[in-house]
Design a binder for this molecule. Sequence first.
Ligand code: IPD
Ligand code: CA
Ligand code: CA
Ligand code: CA
Length: 283
Amino acid sequence: KTPYVVTSKSFAAVAINCAAKAGEWIKSKQGTVKQLNTKTSAQDLVTEVDKGAEMMIRKLILTHFPDHAILGEEGVGPGAEASAEALSAVREEEYVWIIDPVDGTTNYVHGFPFYSVSIALAYQDEVILGVIYDPSRDELFIAEKGKGAYVHGNPTRVSGELTLTESLLATGFPIDAEFNLPQNMAGLQALLPKVRNLRAGGSAALHMAYVAAGRLSGYWEIGLNAWDVAAGALLVEESGGRVTDTVGKPYDLGVRNIVATNGAFHQELLDTLAEAQGTGYRS
Ligand code: IPD
Ligand code: CA
Ligand code: CA
Ligand code: CA
């Protein structure tokens, strides 16, 4: 492998520019959505704003880096199979940008101000840059591999809770609700009595940024895609946290069932999910 060097500054500058521009535009369009379409189910929403924001980001990236590959949610057909195929098609490329133009479309459509733009850059299949922008709060989170993570220039650090009992966790309800329902309910049932409390804010990327910033102790969710968590995973790791799948495999771009914590009670969370397997939980 060629070691990753140079130009990281310009990668970061482009990513920030994309997230800020798209975010500003998305926010300006809030409440004006004209085309509300569905993808895999009545719960899986997409709007012209998701598509427009992705186009905007793609164009900007390609202006600067015409040779780079791009994996964007709205450039991929609906469903888990199409997502897996699209991911494997780009994993061999040297540089791949991974975009979720609006993470939290349901919130966006309802005017619930908790959604984000998520942009990651992978080099030789490893995430080296992650930017998450929350237009509602004008908060920009950025992480660069080996260089730490920041929110508006201030270093982020995961929280200090040592046990599950003290933790504030977040989760989300997968779009493929019917398929994932038994597993999701079993995980919820096992964890809810053991934690301080649970939140489900509706943006995977923002949940992970909040774990990085110590605002949440941890987050888990099943049935996600690379664009939901790529930027967030680097943010959490660069803030001193731990990111694996639900059986403890270290994070990589193919991970769909994510567990991100401050590290301290990560194993305890994994063990609780494993115990839930007997009640219908699959990994
Ligand atoms: C969704 C959000 C949500 C999570 C879903 C994702 P989208 O992404 O991250 O929080 O629960 O599983 O699909 O479709 O709004 O980009
Ligand atoms: Ca979506
Ligand atoms: Ca998403
Ligand atoms: Ca999205």
